[in-house]
Design a protein around this ligand. Structure first.
Ligand code: M6R
Length: 606
Protein backbone atom coordinates (compact mmCIF):
# COMPACT_ATOMS: atom_id res chain seq x y z
CA UNK A 1 0.00 0.00 0.00
CA UNK A 2 1.07 3.64 0.09
CA UNK A 3 4.56 4.48 1.31
CA UNK A 4 5.76 7.61 3.06
CA UNK A 5 9.25 9.06 3.51
CA UNK A 6 10.36 12.40 4.81
CA UNK A 7 13.77 13.97 5.29
CA UNK A 8 15.06 17.06 7.05
CA UNK A 9 18.76 17.67 7.44
CA UNK A 10 21.78 19.14 5.72
CA UNK A 11 21.66 17.17 2.47
CA UNK A 12 19.72 17.82 -0.73
CA UNK A 13 16.55 15.93 -0.02
CA UNK A 14 14.99 15.15 -3.42
CA UNK A 15 17.44 12.28 -4.09
CA UNK A 16 17.03 10.97 -0.56
CA UNK A 17 13.26 11.01 -0.90
CA UNK A 18 13.27 9.22 -4.27
CA UNK A 19 15.83 6.67 -3.05
CA UNK A 20 13.69 6.07 0.05
CA UNK A 21 10.58 5.67 -2.06
CA UNK A 22 12.41 3.09 -4.19
CA UNK A 23 12.96 1.08 -1.05
CA UNK A 24 9.24 1.26 -0.36
CA UNK A 25 8.31 0.19 -3.91
CA UNK A 26 7.73 -3.31 -2.62
CA UNK A 27 4.66 -2.11 -0.75
CA UNK A 28 2.96 -1.70 -4.14
CA UNK A 29 2.13 1.61 -5.87
CA UNK A 30 0.91 3.20 -9.04
CA UNK A 31 2.12 6.79 -8.71
CA UNK A 32 4.63 8.83 -6.75
CA UNK A 33 5.49 12.34 -5.73
CA UNK A 34 7.56 14.59 -3.52
CA UNK A 35 7.20 18.01 -1.89
CA UNK A 36 10.30 20.01 -0.97
CA UNK A 37 10.83 23.33 0.79
CA UNK A 38 12.57 25.38 -1.88
CA UNK A 39 13.46 28.97 -1.06
CA UNK A 40 10.77 29.07 1.60
CA UNK A 41 8.06 27.71 -0.68
CA UNK A 42 6.69 24.21 -0.97
CA UNK A 43 7.43 22.79 -4.43
CA UNK A 44 5.57 19.66 -5.51
CA UNK A 45 6.46 17.19 -8.26
CA UNK A 46 4.30 14.12 -8.84
CA UNK A 47 3.53 11.61 -11.51
CA UNK A 48 1.41 8.62 -12.35
CA UNK A 49 3.40 5.43 -12.87
CA UNK A 50 6.69 4.24 -11.49
CA UNK A 51 9.39 6.27 -9.77
CA UNK A 52 11.30 6.29 -13.05
CA UNK A 53 8.43 8.35 -14.47
CA UNK A 54 8.73 10.83 -11.62
CA UNK A 55 12.49 11.01 -12.10
CA UNK A 56 12.01 11.66 -15.80
CA UNK A 57 9.58 14.44 -15.04
CA UNK A 58 12.18 16.05 -12.79
CA UNK A 59 14.93 15.95 -15.42
CA UNK A 60 16.32 19.13 -17.01
CA UNK A 61 16.57 21.15 -13.85
CA UNK A 62 13.05 20.51 -12.58
CA UNK A 63 14.18 18.64 -9.49
CA UNK A 64 13.33 20.79 -6.46
CA UNK A 65 16.28 21.86 -4.31
CA UNK A 66 16.08 21.99 -0.55
CA UNK A 67 16.91 20.15 2.66
CA UNK A 68 13.44 19.26 3.87
CA UNK A 69 10.70 17.36 2.12
CA UNK A 70 8.16 14.55 2.10
CA UNK A 71 7.59 11.83 -0.49
CA UNK A 72 4.92 9.29 -1.29
CA UNK A 73 4.13 6.21 -3.32
CA UNK A 74 0.38 5.88 -3.88
CA UNK A 75 -1.66 2.70 -4.23
CA UNK A 76 -4.94 4.00 -5.60
CA UNK A 77 -8.07 3.67 -3.48
CA UNK A 78 -10.09 6.85 -4.09
CA UNK A 79 -9.67 7.85 -7.72
CA UNK A 80 -7.70 6.20 -10.51
CA UNK A 81 -3.92 6.39 -10.73
CA UNK A 82 -3.23 9.81 -12.33
CA UNK A 83 -0.91 12.79 -11.96
CA UNK A 84 -3.65 14.77 -10.24
CA UNK A 85 -4.58 12.04 -7.79
CA UNK A 86 -0.94 11.39 -6.86
CA UNK A 87 0.30 12.74 -3.53
CA UNK A 88 1.42 15.22 -2.17
CA UNK A 89 -1.85 17.13 -1.91
CA UNK A 90 -2.71 20.52 -0.51
CA UNK A 91 -2.26 24.13 -1.35
CA UNK A 92 0.43 26.73 -0.93
CA UNK A 93 -0.04 26.79 2.86
CA UNK A 94 -0.32 23.11 3.80
CA UNK A 95 0.91 20.08 1.88
CA UNK A 96 0.53 16.47 2.95
CA UNK A 97 1.24 12.85 2.07
CA UNK A 98 -1.11 10.20 3.41
CA UNK A 99 -1.27 6.45 3.89
CA UNK A 100 -4.65 4.99 4.87
CA UNK A 101 -8.29 5.73 4.23
CA UNK A 102 -10.43 8.64 5.40
CA UNK A 103 -13.87 7.13 5.90
CA UNK A 104 -15.87 10.36 6.27
CA UNK A 105 -14.07 12.23 3.49
CA UNK A 106 -17.32 12.87 1.60
CA UNK A 107 -18.89 14.80 4.50
CA UNK A 108 -15.68 16.76 5.04
CA UNK A 109 -15.47 17.56 1.36
CA UNK A 110 -19.09 18.75 1.23
CA UNK A 111 -18.47 20.93 4.26
CA UNK A 112 -15.31 22.44 2.80
CA UNK A 113 -17.01 23.09 -0.53
CA UNK A 114 -19.71 24.97 1.39
CA UNK A 115 -16.86 27.04 2.85
CA UNK A 116 -15.58 27.95 -0.59
CA UNK A 117 -12.86 25.33 -1.08
CA UNK A 118 -12.27 23.78 -4.48
CA UNK A 119 -10.91 20.28 -5.13
CA UNK A 120 -8.67 19.06 -7.92
CA UNK A 121 -8.45 15.36 -7.21
CA UNK A 122 -10.81 12.52 -6.40
CA UNK A 123 -8.79 11.50 -3.35
CA UNK A 124 -9.83 11.33 0.27
CA UNK A 125 -6.40 12.77 1.09
CA UNK A 126 -7.06 16.16 -0.45
CA UNK A 127 -9.94 16.66 1.99
CA UNK A 128 -7.54 16.28 4.93
CA UNK A 129 -5.07 18.71 3.37
CA UNK A 130 -7.80 21.31 2.84
CA UNK A 131 -9.23 20.69 6.27
CA UNK A 132 -5.84 21.41 7.82
CA UNK A 133 -5.78 24.60 5.81
CA UNK A 134 -9.29 25.47 7.02
CA UNK A 135 -8.30 25.06 10.68
CA UNK A 136 -4.89 26.63 10.33
CA UNK A 137 -4.46 29.45 12.84
CA UNK A 138 -0.69 29.77 12.93
CA UNK A 139 -0.32 26.91 15.41
CA UNK A 140 0.27 23.57 13.63
CA UNK A 141 -0.24 21.38 16.73
CA UNK A 142 -3.62 22.93 17.45
CA UNK A 143 -4.53 22.75 13.78
CA UNK A 144 -3.64 19.05 13.58
CA UNK A 145 -5.55 18.30 16.79
CA UNK A 146 -8.68 19.95 15.42
CA UNK A 147 -8.35 17.91 12.26
CA UNK A 148 -7.95 14.67 14.25
CA UNK A 149 -11.24 15.34 16.04
CA UNK A 150 -13.09 15.54 12.74
CA UNK A 151 -11.52 12.77 10.70
CA UNK A 152 -12.50 9.09 10.88
CA UNK A 153 -10.45 6.30 9.39
CA UNK A 154 -6.85 5.24 9.30
CA UNK A 155 -3.99 7.52 8.46
CA UNK A 156 -0.30 8.20 8.62
CA UNK A 157 0.43 11.75 7.54
CA UNK A 158 3.54 13.71 6.70
CA UNK A 159 2.69 17.43 6.73
CA UNK A 160 4.50 20.60 5.65
CA UNK A 161 3.24 24.03 6.73
CA UNK A 162 4.63 26.85 4.56
CA UNK A 163 5.01 29.06 7.65
CA UNK A 164 7.29 26.47 9.29
CA UNK A 165 10.09 25.92 6.80
CA UNK A 166 12.39 22.94 7.23
CA UNK A 167 10.00 21.26 9.65
CA UNK A 168 8.03 18.07 9.09
CA UNK A 169 4.91 17.35 11.12
CA UNK A 170 3.80 13.76 11.35
CA UNK A 171 0.92 11.86 12.86
CA UNK A 172 -0.56 8.40 12.67
CA UNK A 173 -3.71 6.48 13.51
CA UNK A 174 -3.62 2.77 12.66
CA UNK A 175 -1.42 3.18 9.56
CA UNK A 176 2.28 2.73 10.37
CA UNK A 177 4.77 5.59 10.68
CA UNK A 178 8.15 5.85 12.33
CA UNK A 179 10.50 8.74 13.00
CA UNK A 180 14.14 7.92 12.20
CA UNK A 181 16.77 9.67 14.31
CA UNK A 182 20.02 10.61 12.57
CA UNK A 183 22.84 13.04 13.32
CA UNK A 184 21.81 16.52 12.22
CA UNK A 185 19.15 14.86 10.11
CA UNK A 186 15.88 13.14 10.86
CA UNK A 187 13.35 11.13 8.89
CA UNK A 188 9.84 9.83 8.74
CA UNK A 189 8.97 6.57 6.98
CA UNK A 190 6.33 3.88 6.69
CA UNK A 191 8.93 1.35 7.82
CA UNK A 192 12.66 1.06 8.43
CA UNK A 193 13.74 0.04 4.93
CA UNK A 194 14.23 3.56 3.49
CA UNK A 195 16.25 4.82 6.44
CA UNK A 196 18.34 1.82 7.48
CA UNK A 197 21.32 3.14 5.56
CA UNK A 198 21.29 6.36 7.60
CA UNK A 199 20.25 5.22 11.06
CA UNK A 200 18.87 2.33 13.05
CA UNK A 201 17.42 4.50 15.83
CA UNK A 202 13.81 5.45 15.67
CA UNK A 203 10.65 6.39 17.51
CA UNK A 204 7.51 4.43 16.93
CA UNK A 205 4.63 6.89 16.84
CA UNK A 206 1.63 5.79 18.88
CA UNK A 207 -1.97 6.55 17.94
CA UNK A 208 -2.63 10.26 17.94
CA UNK A 209 0.90 11.38 18.81
CA UNK A 210 2.15 14.36 16.83
CA UNK A 211 5.83 14.57 15.86
CA UNK A 212 7.52 17.86 15.04
CA UNK A 213 10.75 17.12 13.25
CA UNK A 214 13.63 19.43 12.34
CA UNK A 215 17.23 18.58 11.49
CA UNK A 216 18.36 19.10 15.08
CA UNK A 217 15.50 17.75 17.13
CA UNK A 218 12.33 15.70 17.28
CA UNK A 219 9.52 16.71 19.61
CA UNK A 220 6.58 14.42 20.26
CA UNK A 221 3.25 15.60 21.65
CA UNK A 222 0.55 13.37 23.07
CA UNK A 223 -3.16 13.67 22.34
CA UNK A 224 -3.43 16.33 25.08
CA UNK A 225 -0.85 18.35 23.13
CA UNK A 226 1.71 17.85 25.92
CA UNK A 227 5.37 17.35 25.09
CA UNK A 228 6.38 13.77 25.98
CA UNK A 229 9.57 11.72 26.19
CA UNK A 230 9.63 8.52 24.16
CA UNK A 231 11.87 5.52 24.21
CA UNK A 232 14.34 5.38 21.33
CA UNK A 233 14.15 1.98 19.65
CA UNK A 234 16.94 0.36 17.66
CA UNK A 235 16.26 -1.78 14.61
CA UNK A 236 18.01 -5.14 14.54
CA UNK A 237 17.86 -5.34 10.72
CA UNK A 238 21.08 -4.34 9.04
CA UNK A 239 21.20 -2.17 5.95
CA UNK A 240 22.21 -5.13 3.70
CA UNK A 241 19.01 -6.95 4.62
CA UNK A 242 17.05 -4.52 2.47
CA UNK A 243 19.38 -4.90 -0.57
CA UNK A 244 19.30 -7.57 -3.27
CA UNK A 245 22.80 -8.71 -2.40
CA UNK A 246 23.68 -9.93 -5.89
CA UNK A 247 20.42 -11.80 -6.51
CA UNK A 248 18.35 -10.91 -9.53
CA UNK A 249 15.23 -10.47 -7.45
CA UNK A 250 14.38 -10.06 -3.79
CA UNK A 251 12.18 -13.13 -4.04
CA UNK A 252 15.12 -15.34 -5.02
CA UNK A 253 17.22 -13.85 -2.25
CA UNK A 254 14.46 -14.43 0.27
CA UNK A 255 13.91 -18.03 -0.84
CA UNK A 256 17.60 -18.62 -0.18
CA UNK A 257 17.50 -16.88 3.19
CA UNK A 258 15.11 -19.45 4.62
CA UNK A 259 17.65 -21.65 6.43
CA UNK A 260 19.01 -18.63 8.32
CA UNK A 261 15.57 -17.16 8.93
CA UNK A 262 14.34 -20.39 10.49
CA UNK A 263 17.48 -20.83 12.57
CA UNK A 264 17.23 -17.28 13.91
CA UNK A 265 13.56 -17.72 14.67
CA UNK A 266 13.69 -21.04 16.49
CA UNK A 267 17.08 -20.88 18.26
CA UNK A 268 16.01 -18.43 21.00
CA UNK A 269 12.85 -20.49 21.58
CA UNK A 270 14.57 -23.78 22.33
CA UNK A 271 16.07 -24.49 25.72
CA UNK A 272 17.65 -27.78 26.77
CA UNK A 273 16.24 -29.41 23.68
CA UNK A 274 12.66 -28.37 24.46
CA UNK A 275 10.49 -25.63 22.98
CA UNK A 276 10.57 -22.55 25.19
CA UNK A 277 8.04 -19.87 24.39
CA UNK A 278 8.00 -18.27 27.82
CA UNK A 279 10.37 -15.50 26.79
CA UNK A 280 7.49 -14.22 24.64
CA UNK A 281 5.10 -14.49 27.58
CA UNK A 282 3.38 -17.71 26.50
CA UNK A 283 3.66 -20.15 29.40
CA UNK A 284 2.89 -23.88 29.34
CA UNK A 285 0.22 -23.21 31.93
CA UNK A 286 -1.51 -20.70 29.66
CA UNK A 287 -1.19 -22.96 26.65
CA UNK A 288 -2.72 -26.02 28.16
CA UNK A 289 -5.77 -24.21 29.49
CA UNK A 290 -7.12 -22.83 26.23
CA UNK A 291 -10.24 -24.66 25.16
CA UNK A 292 -9.97 -24.11 21.42
CA UNK A 293 -7.63 -22.32 19.08
CA UNK A 294 -8.51 -20.04 16.17
CA UNK A 295 -5.87 -19.07 13.66
CA UNK A 296 -6.83 -15.95 11.75
CA UNK A 297 -4.81 -14.42 8.93
CA UNK A 298 -4.80 -13.56 5.22
CA UNK A 299 -3.12 -15.09 2.18
CA UNK A 300 0.14 -16.87 2.80
CA UNK A 301 -0.07 -16.25 6.53
CA UNK A 302 -3.45 -18.00 6.55
CA UNK A 303 -1.86 -20.93 4.71
CA UNK A 304 0.71 -21.16 7.48
CA UNK A 305 -2.26 -21.39 9.84
CA UNK A 306 -3.65 -24.34 7.85
CA UNK A 307 -0.44 -26.28 8.36
CA UNK A 308 -0.63 -25.23 12.01
CA UNK A 309 -4.12 -26.71 12.29
CA UNK A 310 -3.01 -30.09 11.02
CA UNK A 311 -0.04 -30.35 13.33
CA UNK A 312 -1.66 -28.92 16.46
CA UNK A 313 -4.72 -31.14 16.11
CA UNK A 314 -2.65 -34.21 15.31
CA UNK A 315 -0.09 -33.74 18.03
CA UNK A 316 -1.90 -31.91 20.82
CA UNK A 317 -5.48 -33.04 20.12
CA UNK A 318 -6.80 -29.48 20.52
CA UNK A 319 -9.45 -28.21 18.12
CA UNK A 320 -8.14 -25.57 15.73
CA UNK A 321 -10.25 -23.46 13.38
CA UNK A 322 -8.51 -21.52 10.62
CA UNK A 323 -10.19 -18.42 9.29
CA UNK A 324 -9.55 -15.91 6.56
CA UNK A 325 -9.48 -12.65 8.52
CA UNK A 326 -11.90 -10.82 6.21
CA UNK A 327 -14.45 -13.61 6.79
CA UNK A 328 -13.82 -14.03 10.49
CA UNK A 329 -14.46 -10.40 11.31
CA UNK A 330 -17.95 -10.46 9.81
CA UNK A 331 -19.13 -13.99 10.52
CA UNK A 332 -19.86 -13.47 14.21
CA UNK A 333 -17.52 -16.30 15.21
CA UNK A 334 -18.20 -18.43 18.24
CA UNK A 335 -15.18 -17.34 20.23
CA UNK A 336 -15.20 -17.32 23.97
CA UNK A 337 -13.04 -16.32 26.89
CA UNK A 338 -11.40 -19.72 27.14
CA UNK A 339 -10.23 -19.62 23.52
CA UNK A 340 -6.91 -18.56 22.06
CA UNK A 341 -6.94 -16.55 18.85
CA UNK A 342 -3.64 -16.63 16.96
CA UNK A 343 -3.13 -13.82 14.45
CA UNK A 344 -0.44 -14.48 11.87
CA UNK A 345 1.00 -11.61 9.86
CA UNK A 346 4.33 -10.79 8.29
CA UNK A 347 3.74 -7.05 8.21
CA UNK A 348 1.67 -6.82 11.36
CA UNK A 349 -0.35 -4.13 9.58
CA UNK A 350 -2.92 -6.12 7.59
CA UNK A 351 -6.22 -4.33 8.15
CA UNK A 352 -8.48 -7.41 8.22
CA UNK A 353 -6.17 -9.31 10.56
CA UNK A 354 -5.98 -6.29 12.86
CA UNK A 355 -9.79 -6.06 12.87
CA UNK A 356 -10.02 -9.78 13.70
CA UNK A 357 -7.64 -9.18 16.60
CA UNK A 358 -9.84 -6.35 17.88
CA UNK A 359 -12.90 -8.61 17.65
CA UNK A 360 -11.18 -11.44 19.54
CA UNK A 361 -10.18 -9.02 22.29
CA UNK A 362 -13.69 -7.60 22.47
CA UNK A 363 -15.02 -11.13 23.03
CA UNK A 364 -12.51 -11.68 25.82
CA UNK A 365 -10.41 -14.37 24.10
CA UNK A 366 -6.66 -14.51 24.64
CA UNK A 367 -4.72 -13.25 21.64
CA UNK A 368 -1.32 -14.27 20.34
CA UNK A 369 0.33 -12.56 17.37
CA UNK A 370 2.96 -14.23 15.21
CA UNK A 371 4.46 -11.22 13.48
CA UNK A 372 7.65 -10.34 11.62
CA UNK A 373 7.74 -6.55 11.81
CA UNK A 374 8.65 -5.26 15.25
CA UNK A 375 6.34 -2.74 16.83
CA UNK A 376 3.74 -3.15 14.11
CA UNK A 377 0.08 -2.64 14.89
CA UNK A 378 -0.89 -6.29 15.41
CA UNK A 379 2.24 -6.96 17.48
CA UNK A 380 1.44 -4.04 19.74
CA UNK A 381 -2.21 -4.83 20.20
CA UNK A 382 -2.10 -8.58 20.89
CA UNK A 383 -1.76 -9.91 24.45
CA UNK A 384 1.31 -11.92 23.53
CA UNK A 385 3.60 -11.63 20.53
CA UNK A 386 6.05 -14.14 19.12
CA UNK A 387 8.26 -12.35 16.63
CA UNK A 388 9.52 -14.28 13.66
CA UNK A 389 13.05 -13.20 12.82
CA UNK A 390 12.98 -13.35 9.05
CA UNK A 391 14.42 -9.86 8.53
CA UNK A 392 12.74 -7.58 6.02
CA UNK A 393 10.71 -9.39 3.38
CA UNK A 394 10.71 -7.08 0.38
CA UNK A 395 9.26 -9.23 -2.39
CA UNK A 396 5.48 -9.06 -2.43
CA UNK A 397 5.35 -12.85 -2.71
CA UNK A 398 5.88 -14.17 0.75
CA UNK A 399 8.46 -16.96 1.07
CA UNK A 400 10.71 -16.74 4.10
CA UNK A 401 7.91 -15.22 6.18
CA UNK A 402 5.86 -18.37 5.47
CA UNK A 403 8.64 -20.71 6.64
CA UNK A 404 9.24 -18.83 9.86
CA UNK A 405 5.52 -18.70 10.56
CA UNK A 406 5.45 -22.48 10.10
CA UNK A 407 8.41 -22.95 12.43
CA UNK A 408 6.63 -21.03 15.18
CA UNK A 409 3.52 -23.16 14.58
CA UNK A 410 5.66 -26.26 15.12
CA UNK A 411 7.07 -24.93 18.37
CA UNK A 412 3.56 -24.13 19.62
CA UNK A 413 2.29 -27.59 18.59
CA UNK A 414 5.19 -29.39 20.30
CA UNK A 415 4.93 -27.37 23.49
CA UNK A 416 1.16 -27.64 23.63
CA UNK A 417 1.20 -31.40 23.04
CA UNK A 418 3.72 -31.79 25.84
CA UNK A 419 1.87 -29.39 28.17
CA UNK A 420 -1.33 -31.37 27.61
CA UNK A 421 0.49 -34.62 28.35
CA UNK A 422 -0.34 -36.03 24.90
CA UNK A 423 3.31 -36.59 24.03
CA UNK A 424 6.20 -37.51 26.30
CA UNK A 425 9.16 -35.27 27.00
CA UNK A 426 11.31 -37.64 24.90
CA UNK A 427 9.01 -37.34 21.89
CA UNK A 428 8.85 -33.58 22.31
CA UNK A 429 12.64 -33.43 22.35
CA UNK A 430 12.85 -35.71 19.34
CA UNK A 431 10.50 -33.48 17.34
CA UNK A 432 12.32 -30.34 18.45
CA UNK A 433 15.63 -31.90 17.38
CA UNK A 434 14.21 -32.67 13.95
CA UNK A 435 13.02 -29.08 13.66
CA UNK A 436 16.53 -27.89 14.47
CA UNK A 437 17.85 -30.05 11.61
CA UNK A 438 15.56 -28.30 9.13
CA UNK A 439 17.92 -25.45 8.16
CA UNK A 440 20.55 -27.97 6.93
CA UNK A 441 17.97 -30.03 5.09
CA UNK A 442 16.64 -26.85 3.52
CA UNK A 443 20.02 -26.33 1.90
CA UNK A 444 19.55 -29.71 0.19
CA UNK A 445 16.12 -28.61 -1.00
CA UNK A 446 17.56 -25.31 -2.23
CA UNK A 447 20.02 -27.28 -4.34
CA UNK A 448 17.05 -28.46 -6.45
CA UNK A 449 17.01 -25.06 -8.10
CA UNK A 450 17.98 -26.20 -11.63
CA UNK A 451 15.47 -29.03 -11.57
CA UNK A 452 12.72 -26.59 -10.63
CA UNK A 453 13.90 -24.16 -13.28
CA UNK A 454 13.60 -26.92 -15.89
CA UNK A 455 10.11 -27.84 -14.68
CA UNK A 456 9.11 -24.17 -14.83
CA UNK A 457 10.12 -24.18 -18.50
CA UNK A 458 7.60 -26.99 -19.05
CA UNK A 459 4.81 -25.10 -17.28
CA UNK A 460 5.31 -21.64 -18.63
CA UNK A 461 2.86 -21.98 -21.52
CA UNK A 462 0.05 -23.48 -19.48
CA UNK A 463 -3.09 -21.43 -19.09
CA UNK A 464 -4.17 -23.19 -15.97
CA UNK A 465 -2.68 -25.59 -13.47
CA UNK A 466 -3.90 -27.85 -10.73
CA UNK A 467 -2.13 -28.51 -7.42
CA UNK A 468 -3.24 -31.58 -5.54
CA UNK A 469 -2.38 -33.18 -2.23
CA UNK A 470 -3.83 -34.78 0.86
CA UNK A 471 -3.61 -33.72 4.49
CA UNK A 472 -0.58 -31.53 5.12
CA UNK A 473 0.30 -31.78 1.44
CA UNK A 474 -3.07 -30.26 0.58
CA UNK A 475 -2.49 -27.39 3.02
CA UNK A 476 0.90 -26.78 1.45
CA UNK A 477 -0.35 -27.03 -2.11
CA UNK A 478 -2.66 -24.08 -1.41
CA UNK A 479 0.41 -21.98 -0.80
CA UNK A 480 2.12 -23.37 -3.92
CA UNK A 481 -0.90 -22.43 -6.01
CA UNK A 482 -1.11 -18.90 -4.56
CA UNK A 483 2.59 -18.36 -5.19
CA UNK A 484 2.31 -19.36 -8.84
CA UNK A 485 -0.76 -17.32 -9.65
CA UNK A 486 0.26 -14.15 -7.87
CA UNK A 487 3.58 -13.75 -9.66
CA UNK A 488 3.23 -15.62 -12.98
CA UNK A 489 -0.45 -14.75 -13.60
CA UNK A 490 -1.12 -18.37 -14.57
CA UNK A 491 -4.42 -19.46 -13.16
CA UNK A 492 -4.10 -22.31 -10.71
CA UNK A 493 -6.20 -24.02 -8.17
CA UNK A 494 -5.35 -26.28 -5.31
CA UNK A 495 -7.49 -29.27 -4.63
CA UNK A 496 -7.74 -32.04 -2.07
CA UNK A 497 -6.61 -35.00 -4.19
CA UNK A 498 -9.42 -37.23 -2.97
CA UNK A 499 -12.05 -34.67 -3.91
CA UNK A 500 -11.06 -34.47 -7.59
CA UNK A 501 -13.45 -37.18 -8.66
CA UNK A 502 -16.36 -35.18 -7.32
CA UNK A 503 -16.26 -32.64 -10.08
CA UNK A 504 -12.93 -31.00 -10.80
CA UNK A 505 -11.37 -33.89 -12.68
CA UNK A 506 -13.58 -32.96 -15.62
CA UNK A 507 -11.23 -30.00 -16.16
CA UNK A 508 -8.22 -32.24 -16.59
CA UNK A 509 -6.86 -32.55 -20.13
CA UNK A 510 -3.41 -32.70 -21.68
CA UNK A 511 -3.42 -28.91 -21.43
CA UNK A 512 -3.78 -28.83 -17.68
CA UNK A 513 -0.53 -29.71 -15.89
CA UNK A 514 -0.88 -31.08 -12.37
CA UNK A 515 1.56 -30.63 -9.50
CA UNK A 516 1.01 -33.34 -6.92
CA UNK A 517 2.51 -32.99 -3.47
CA UNK A 518 3.01 -36.42 -1.94
CA UNK A 519 5.33 -36.16 1.05
CA UNK A 520 3.13 -37.84 3.67
CA UNK A 521 4.01 -41.51 3.88
CA UNK A 522 0.63 -42.64 5.22
CA UNK A 523 -1.16 -40.94 2.33
CA UNK A 524 1.34 -41.69 -0.41
CA UNK A 525 -0.48 -44.59 -2.02
CA UNK A 526 -3.77 -42.72 -2.01
CA UNK A 527 -2.26 -39.62 -3.60
CA UNK A 528 -0.45 -41.70 -6.21
CA UNK A 529 -3.80 -43.28 -7.18
CA UNK A 530 -5.13 -39.77 -7.79
CA UNK A 531 -2.03 -38.93 -9.77
CA UNK A 532 -2.68 -41.96 -11.98
CA UNK A 533 -6.24 -40.78 -12.53
CA UNK A 534 -5.16 -37.38 -13.82
CA UNK A 535 -2.31 -38.85 -15.85
CA UNK A 536 -4.75 -41.24 -17.52
CA UNK A 537 -6.67 -38.15 -18.64
CA UNK A 538 -3.65 -36.66 -20.35
CA UNK A 539 -2.27 -34.36 -17.65
CA UNK A 540 1.48 -33.85 -17.44
CA UNK A 541 2.28 -34.50 -13.82
CA UNK A 542 5.00 -33.17 -11.53
CA UNK A 543 5.26 -35.14 -8.29
CA UNK A 544 6.97 -33.63 -5.25
CA UNK A 545 7.83 -36.45 -2.83
CA UNK A 546 10.60 -37.68 -0.54
CA UNK A 547 13.79 -39.36 -1.79
CA UNK A 548 13.00 -42.72 -0.20
CA UNK A 549 10.11 -43.56 -2.51
CA UNK A 550 10.20 -44.91 -6.02
CA UNK A 551 7.85 -43.41 -8.53
CA UNK A 552 8.07 -44.54 -12.14
CA UNK A 553 7.90 -42.52 -15.35
CA UNK A 554 4.49 -44.07 -15.97
CA UNK A 555 3.23 -42.15 -12.93
CA UNK A 556 5.06 -38.84 -13.03
CA UNK A 557 6.46 -36.89 -15.97
CA UNK A 558 8.74 -35.00 -13.62
CA UNK A 559 9.86 -35.86 -10.13
CA UNK A 560 11.20 -33.62 -7.39
CA UNK A 561 12.61 -35.59 -4.50
CA UNK A 562 13.27 -34.03 -1.16
CA UNK A 563 15.32 -35.24 1.79
CA UNK A 564 13.22 -37.44 4.03
CA UNK A 565 12.26 -35.97 7.41
CA UNK A 566 9.47 -36.55 9.91
CA UNK A 567 6.28 -36.42 7.80
CA UNK A 568 5.01 -33.60 9.91
CA UNK A 569 7.96 -31.36 9.05
CA UNK A 570 7.87 -31.97 5.31
CA UNK A 571 5.91 -28.77 4.48
CA UNK A 572 8.99 -26.75 5.40
CA UNK A 573 11.04 -28.60 2.78
CA UNK A 574 8.35 -29.00 0.14
CA UNK A 575 7.64 -25.25 0.17
CA UNK A 576 11.02 -24.68 -1.52
CA UNK A 577 10.31 -26.35 -4.90
CA UNK A 578 6.89 -24.71 -4.95
CA UNK A 579 8.49 -21.31 -4.47
CA UNK A 580 11.19 -21.99 -7.05
CA UNK A 581 8.66 -23.23 -9.63
CA UNK A 582 6.55 -20.10 -9.18
CA UNK A 583 9.63 -17.90 -9.30
CA UNK A 584 11.17 -19.37 -12.45
CA UNK A 585 7.83 -19.54 -14.25
CA UNK A 586 7.33 -15.83 -13.58
CA UNK A 587 10.88 -15.04 -14.68
CA UNK A 588 10.42 -17.02 -17.91
CA UNK A 589 7.19 -15.17 -18.58
CA UNK A 590 8.98 -11.86 -18.07
CA UNK A 591 6.75 -10.85 -15.15
CA UNK A 592 7.65 -8.26 -12.55
CA UNK A 593 8.49 -10.87 -9.92
CA UNK A 594 8.96 -8.68 -6.88
CA UNK A 595 6.08 -6.32 -7.59
CA UNK A 596 3.31 -8.26 -9.28
CA UNK A 597 0.52 -6.22 -10.81
CA UNK A 598 -2.31 -4.99 -8.59
CA UNK A 599 -0.68 -6.30 -5.41
CA UNK A 600 0.66 -4.53 -2.36
CA UNK A 601 2.99 -5.99 0.22
CA UNK A 602 1.06 -4.89 3.24
CA UNK A 603 -2.66 -4.55 2.82
CA UNK A 604 -3.52 -1.78 5.24
CA UNK A 605 -7.03 -1.22 3.90
CA UNK A 606 -9.98 -3.56 4.13
O1 M6R B 1 1.55 -9.06 6.15
P1 M6R B 1 0.62 -10.23 6.19
O2 M6R B 1 1.34 -11.51 6.44
O3 M6R B 1 -0.52 -10.03 7.14
O4 M6R B 1 0.00 -10.32 4.75
C1 M6R B 1 -1.02 -11.23 4.45
C2 M6R B 1 -1.13 -11.46 2.98
O5 M6R B 1 -1.46 -10.27 2.32
C3 M6R B 1 0.17 -12.01 2.41
O6 M6R B 1 0.54 -13.18 3.05
C4 M6R B 1 0.03 -12.29 0.89
O7 M6R B 1 -0.91 -13.28 0.66
C5 M6R B 1 1.39 -12.69 0.36
N1 M6R B 1 2.14 -11.53 0.05
C6 M6R B 1 1.32 -13.58 -0.81
O8 M6R B 1 2.58 -14.02 -1.17
Amino acid sequence: MCGIVGYVGEQECAEILVDGLKRLEYRGYDSAGIAVFQNGKITVEKSKGKLADLEKKMENGKKPHGNCGIGHTRWATHGEPSDINSHPHGNKRVTIVHNGIIENYKQIKDFLISQGYGFESETDTETVAKMLDYYYDGNPIETISKMIDKVNGSYALGILFRDFPDTIFAIRKESPLIVGLGKNENFIASDMTPILKYTKDYYLLEQGEIAVITAKEVKIYNTEEELIQKEVLTADWDADAAEKGGYEHFMLKEINEQPTAIKTTIAPRIQDGMPYLEESGLTMEMLKNYRRIFVVACGTAMHAGLVGKYIIEKLARVEVTVDIASEFRYRDPLIEKEDLVILVSQSGETADTAAALALAKERGAATLAIVNVKGSRIAREADVVIYTHAGPEISVASTKAYSVQLSVMYLIAFELAYAKGVISKERCMELTKSLMEIPDKLNEALALKERCQFIASRLVNAESLLYIGRGLDYALSMEGSLKLKEISYIHSESYAAGELKHGTISLVTDEMPVIAVATQSNLLEKTISNVKEVKARGAKVVVICTNDVEIGKDVANHLIQLPKMEDMLMPLLAAIPMQYIAYYTAVLKGCDVDQPRNLAKSVTVE
